[in-house]
Design a binder for this molecule. Structure first.
Ligand code: MV4
Length: 450
């Protein structure tokens, strides 16, 4: 097992990784930008190294500075968290070259899944259902038009270098195809330096359901059930839960097996997530695979009792994953608490937190790097806390979440707490009647009632 791990990240996830390292008896090194010197991840690590000014590009994304911090502290492994360098194949490769264990998959696995058309082709070849479409990238307009007519409308054009909702265009009828195809390619060229796109039939109003997997260096891959992630705005998840309120044992078995096939196909190592979209009848299709620990991993932890960060570290050290069947118990919900004003189109609300009361009580977990007096820097993501509750049933979890949200007092800045409180009382949320379009198209936040 490792003696010392450097955490190449900030905020709640850096603290989350530090906590598990402590429980495993592993020493920790935090890295931080000058904007983060008062963050809890810096206070709770055994050592901390300042790696640069506030801008991500000059600190948390600056590979030479992170390698230097690992070298001077004698760290043996690097945990990348999520975002920043977590899915950077180059960083995974450079770590290996410097004899530092990257806690995550190999550069090849990251690249394969990072190129969305290649990822999709890999899945097609390994018994994972995919959306009918071009079956690869399409370069010429003439060829694209032919494929579009075969698929029919609506269809979606996606940049192979995109993902997470970036670089996509929905086309509703043939008359709009040529312009959309050209625009999508040129935007992809600008954004990703890669104009290649592929085409799929557009699945209307799908749910987003993802499967957590774990793979080890010995060829074992297991899944830990699904997370329901349909409640999003602008491709940002707002609330996640496990299990999905619409899942059946039969579909879970099929989707789980598909995700395990996906992991085995690439000899996957570490924690990964296989993202599917599902239609009303729970027909499901592979979308993307994320080769990192995700923001919403705690809901899986709460119902499986598996510490996913501990498993990441164990498999990175060459240990085997426990392959005895997992038991899932109860229901968990996570609300992302962002420093944003839901009454004003979720505009960012940075500044000093003047009061911060963290909820507690039965089965109530808060992952946060913030505290009373903490100043939220404007340079990074607006998520300042995750509130996770669990309970025997979904209904009890909703009631517990409402209670915990009411206890969560944050003053000095605006947060998404009032939005979540209204969601807890929403009949469609309560009955599980929602899809990926629900929050933006149907749910109306009323600031007056909060
Ligand atoms: C789709 C889709 C419908 N049909 N693909 C969005 C993020 C990325 N992971 C995949 N995404 C989607 N891919 C097909 N073939 C619907 C989504 C989608 C979406 C699309 C437009 C606007 C909002 C969306 C929210 C969630 C999912």
């Amino acid at each position: 097992m490792f003696n010392k791990i450097l955490i190449a990240n900030r905020g709640e996830i850096a603290l989350r990784v530090i906590r598990t390292c402590k429980e495993m008896g592993i020493k920790t090194v935090a890295v931080y930008s000058t904007a983060d010197q008062d963050s809890l991840h810096v206070k709770f690590a055994d050592e901390a190294v300042c790696i640069g000014p506030p801008a991500g590009k000059e600190s948390y994304l600056k590979i030479p500075s992170i390698l230097a911090a690992a070298e001077i502290t004698n760290a043996e492994a690097i945990h990348p968290g999520y975002g920043f360098l977590a899915e950077n194949a180059e960083f995974s490769r450079i770590c290996a070259e410097h004899n530092l264990k990257f806690i995550g998959p190999s550069p090849e696995m990251i690249s394969t899944m990072g190129d969305k058309a290649t990822a999709k082709a890999t899945m097609m070849n390994n018994n994972v259902p995919v959306v009918p479409g071009s079956g690869g990238v399409v370069d010429s307009l003439q060829e694209a038009k032919k494929i579009a007519d075969e698929i029919g409308y609506p269809l979606i054009i996606k940049a192979t270098a995109g993902g997470g909702g970036r670089g996509m265009r929905v086309v509703n009828e043939a008359s709009g195809f040529e312009k959309a195809f050209k625009t999508c390619r040129s935007e992809a060229e600008t954004a990703f330096n890669n104009p290649a796109v592929y085409i799929e039939k557009f699945i209307i109003d799908p749910r987003h359901i993802e499967i957590q997997i774990l793979g080890d260096q010995h060829g074992n891959v297991i899944h830990l059930g699904e997370r329901e992630c349909s409640l999003q705005r602008r491709h940002q998840k707002i609330l996640e839960e496990a299990p999905s309120p619409v899942m059946t044992p039969e579909v879970r078995e099929k989707m789980g097996q598909a995700a395990v096939n996906a992991g085995k196909a690439i000899n996957y190592e570490g924690a990964g997530t296989v993202e599917f979209i599902a239609d009303k009848d729970l027909n499901f299709y592979f979308m993307e695979m994320n080769t990192r620990i995700q923001v919403e991993h705690p809901v899986t932890e709460e119902i499986t009792w598996c510490d996913l960060v501990k498993e990441q570290i164990r498999v990175a050290a060459g240990e085997k994953i426990d392959d005895k069947p997992l038991k899932m118990r109860g229901h968990a919900i996570e609300c992302r608490i962002n420093a944003e004003d839901p009454a004003h189109n979720f505009r960012p609300s940075a500044g000093k937190i003047t009061a911060f009361n963290i909820p507690g009580g039965h089965s109530t977990r808060v992952d946060t790097h913030a505290y009373s007096g903490y100043v939220i820097p404007p340079h990074y993501d607006s998520m300042i806390a995750k509130l996770i509750v669990s309970a025997p049933t979904r209904e009890e979890a909703i009631n517990r979440m409402r209670r915990a949200l009411e206890e969560f007092i944050i003053e000095g800045i605006k947060t998404t707490i009032p939005y979540h409180l209204q969601l807890m009382d929403d009949p469609n949320f309560q009955s599980g009647n929602f899809n990926t379009q629900y929050l933006e198209k149907s749910f109306k936040f009323n600031p007056e009632t909060n």
